[in-house]
Design a protein around this ligand. Sequence first.
Ligand code: HSE
Length: 437
Amino acid sequence: MKPVKVGLLGLGTVGGGTFNVLRRNAQEIARRAGRGIEISRAAAREYDPAGLPGIEAIEVSDDAFAVVDDPAIDIVVELIGGYSPALELVLKAIDNGKHVVTANKALIALHGNEIFAAAQEKGVMVAFEAAVAGGIPIIKAVREGLAANRIEWLAGIINGTGNFILTEMRDKGRDFDEVLKEAQALGYAEADPTFDVEGIDAAHKLTILASLAFGIPLQFDRCFTEGIGRITREDVSYAEQLGYRIKHLGFARRTAAGVEMRVHPTLIPERRLIANVDGVMNAVLIKGDAVGPTLYYGAGAGAEPTASAVVADLVDVTRVLTADPENRVPHLAFQPDALSDIPVLAMADIETAYYLRLCAVDRPGVLAEVTRILGDLGISIEAILQKEPVGEAAHVPIILLTHRVREGQMNQAIEKIEALDAIEGNVTRIRLEHLNA
Ligand code: HSE
């Protein structure tokens, strides 16, 4: 059978990795796909030919639209990233009847509903395994491997850069900015580093996972996002003393009232496997009603780990090129006419436990005032820790762990605690999930 012809858009970290993996493993990949998969042309503004042996044999131009419009191309691989011109290119490729493989999580999270509708109409596939958790085949697992289950919740460390920063801060006491620079040099970080540290990149990925898990349309604007910028070394240390690790977690849960979808720093019991996922590694823990908890672990970023997912998509698309569109795996796991309109909850309506850190004047009765506020709002305390003052400060840090409560109640409690004369500054709040099976 004739090889499938691929047009590659982008020869950066992931594009270069994809080119090299496809070339190096060409025979093995053809044995799996049933025919060869060949990159016949590519588009890139700039690239380094030294790291791409064999690139001289194909046509590389800076005109991505020419690739998308080339009638000889069967599959377009979009590895440019960002919203524009990626969106226009993907929609044009679909309109031209081409299948698309993309690693672009921002594009799928924000424009996926429109892209999938266009693809459905044209009978082409849009595959996006590399968009979530790099090399971990998590989309395949959720969409196909767990298809028997009612998925109850999922929790993921889905940004390698953020996890790398938190790990280095904890283990080596390194400075935030220095670690971020290293992640950028290693090709892990997003072009805009705020996407990593503010949790936007993780929110893109969580939005995709929540849709696949619960059969809801993609709703990035409903995902709550809080970054890691306010986590101090003291918080990391106090959490450890209480038996927890702080991770930047993406968390989605189905409740009777709606779906929780949130990315924020989270305390996790240190004995959980996912609490021990360190460095640039990613992990996703999924609780299905039939299978129970399953954990997926691997490299969430980097050239060849991400290329591994891109090439797996190419093999998938190649295998089903001739299958009837109605018999393909649906883009969002559930049939397009069977998506649910269950709402995504506002953050005030979610329920979780909390770590609170307050700076209090060290005199009798202060703790009683704080616990009375919590008690009056029905918030039950799990643990209290009072530490020595930091440096010359006249105030002492008090750390409280609470049982689960609605976030709206906790907002009221924090407002009242911050208004007390004996409390200095803001209360630090970090959400806590036990992730019990
Ligand atoms: N910036 C992302 C990360 C790359 O650090 O995980 C992979 O999506």
